[in-house]
Ligand binder design. Structure first.
Ligand SMILES: [Zn+2]
Ligand SMILES: [Zn+2]
Length: 178
């Protein structure tokens, strides 16, 4: 999504658009996190204005993402949301060193020419929104380390066989007292 720098004024404007997901999926394939795939174009809401030569953006995005569980390797669908803020400074003024970088959630970038392309920035925000280790559910039981079945769906006898029969007898005893 490109905006004309000229059209960005001191007055706050808002913009809603759907950002195509193919580029983000390509980044995901190449990058260190392979566990995700974005299902369809994702919704972005932007509010933006100018202060001097600096362009301020704030907004939110929401995306439907397919993730592969880190424990059981099943695919699951997850709704991802993120709020963000960023500031664009003209490249000609390009010294970011003097900026107050203490504001952790505020990101600084440079722009050049008459247009700014917010798509790369928005894509980056989506990548930041994805947890590094996706789990299909908080208590996912994963795969049996011995026979490989998905323990969320079925049980196997591997772990039972490993239980000490004397402990098993004790447990039965405790239960029968109630
Ligand atoms: Zn899982
Ligand atoms: Zn097993």
């Amino acid at each position: 999504m490109k905006l004309h720098v000229e059209d960005i004024s001191a007055q706050v404007k808002t913009l809603d658009f759907a950002e195509p997901h193919d580029e983000v999926n390509r980044l995901l394939e190449q990058g260190p996190i392979h566990e995700y795939r974005v299902k369809r174009p994702f919704a972005v809401h932007l509010a933006y204005y100018r202060s001097g030569m600096e362009l301020f953006f704030s907004g939110s995005l929401s995306a439907e993402v397919i993730a592969t569980c880190a424990r059981c390797a099943e695919d699951f669908s997850v709704a991802t949301r993120r709020d963000f803020r960023f500031v664009l400074t003209p490249k000609s003024m390009g010294d970011l060193g003097g900026k107050d970088l203490n504001a952790e959630d505020l990101e600084f970038s440079l722009y050049e020419g008459e247009e700014v392309d917010v798509s790369p920035l928005v894509r980056e925000q989506l990548l930041l929104a994805l947890p590094t280790r996706p789990l299909c559910q908080e208590g996912c039981r994963g795969l049996c380390s011995q026979c490989g079945v998905n323990l969320n769906l079925t049980s196997c006898s591997c772990s039972k066989r490993m239980l000490d029969p004397r402990l098993e007898a004790l447990r039965t005893l405790k239960l029968s007292r109630h």
